[in-house]
Design a protein around this ligand. Structure first.
Ligand code: NAP
Ligand code: GLV
Length: 312
């Protein structure tokens, strides 16, 4: 079994060790700049994260491309230049619990006013703030897929009113579900904390712009753990300045790393993390991919195959 591998800044030793432990006997080939199908060894499968098109273009040997993440926007942007082999995303693989931790922390920080207590502490100010009313602190999750549902499950423990929005209608216990553009306004108008965990597609790009963010409850909060291109950045800054949005926790940006001169760095009501909400875990990911390869080799169906038309 030969696997062609690419991940920018990959720690080759760690990946090699994990593959050797979980898929003994597998031949791992790290793709190098300048290699094509003609001048690189043939491969059965590709395992990739944000690969250059040159790695995959024209390849007819691989039976599937495994994406080392949940989001496939960095692959699907290549459109028809991609090989016809199925593209398979990671299903959770240890990312669900990380997302649940990240989003719970951000929601609790705002709900318990820890952001404001942090500011008070800088001024050595001992002052008790009025607690927020939990019934007015609804959390709306854009995207009720693998990660969105895991976030909802975690937040249920804290008894927040929960709403969720997806493409097709879901039935998630404890979550008021909405689906499609027709129900988006109703979802937004009842949401105090908006969590975005949507895939980036032609339909969802720029969704977090002035028009939609203005429909949130006054004093709303935004938590974006999806992709930077979901957010119209100047609109967020304007809505924070106006007070309609009280704060934002952003893990993803249009340009990553976020440029040093970007105004987000200077807005105290924006909290920035460097795309770490849910990291790809070596062993969990390889174990999942190994299981799916075994199933494919037996001619069985697998989960996580991307619908290229839908875009996720
Ligand atoms: P998923 O299982 O495919 O779920 C996507 C959800 O979005 C589904 O509920 C889907 O609706 C909904 N959706 C998609 N397009 C929609 C539209 N046009 N209108 C309404 N709903 C729409 O994906 P996932 O595994 O939860 O991952 C979600 C995203 O999280 C990834 O694509 C990636 O961008 C991001 N992510 C970020 C990090 C990080 O560290 N920051 C880590 C991992 C993932 P249906 O269920 O009806 O299809
Ligand atoms: C990370 O951003 C992922 O999509 O897995």
């Amino acid at each position: 079994m030969r696997i062609l591998f690419y991940s920018p800044d990959a720690d080759a030793d760690s990946w090699t060790n994990s593959f050797a432990e979980i898929m003994p006997g597998v031949e791992l080939h790290f793709w190098q700049e300048g290699q094509t199908m003609a001048n690189s060894p043939p491969a059965d499968y590709a395992v990739v994260w944000r690969p250059p098109l040159a790695m995959l273009q024209g390849r007819t040997d691989i039976k599937a491309v495994f994406n080392l993440g949940a989001g496939v926007d960095a692959l699907l942007k290549y459109g028809e230049a991609l090989p016809e082999a199925p593209i398979v995303r990671l299903d959770d693989a240890g990312m669900g619990v990380q997302m649940a931790e990240f989003v719970s922390h951000a929601v609790l920080r705002y709900y318990r006013r820890f952001d404001e207590y942090e500011e008070q502490s800088k001024e050595q100010l001992w002052q008790v703030l009025k607690p927020h009313d939990k019934q007015q602190f609804s959390v709306g999750i854009l995207g009720l897929g693998v990660l969105g549902q895991r976030i909802a499950q975690a937040l249920q423990q804290f008894e927040f009113p929960l709403l969720g929005w997806s493409h097709t209608m879901k039935n998630v216990p404890g979550v008021q579900c909405f689906a499609g553009r027709d129900q988006l306004d109703a979802f937004l108008s009842q949401t105090r904390v908006l969590v975005c965990v949507l895939p980036l597609t032609a339909e969802t790009s720029n969704m977090l712009g002035r028009a939609n963010l203005s429909k949130l409850m006054p004093g709303a909060y935004l938590i974006n753990v999806a992709r930077g291109a979901h957010l119209a950045e100047p609109d967020l800054l304007a809505l924070i300045k106006s007070g309609h949005i009280a704060g934002a926790t952003l893990d993803v940006f249009r340009n990553e790393p976020l440029p040093r001169q970007h105004p987000f760095w200077h807005e105290p009501r924006i909290r920035i993390t460097p795309h770490i909400a849910a990291l790809t875990l070596f062993n969990e990911s390889i174990r999942q991919i190994a299981g799916k390869i075994a199933a494919l080799e037996k001619g069985e169906a697998i989960s996580g195959v991307v619908d290229r038309v839908r875009g996720y």
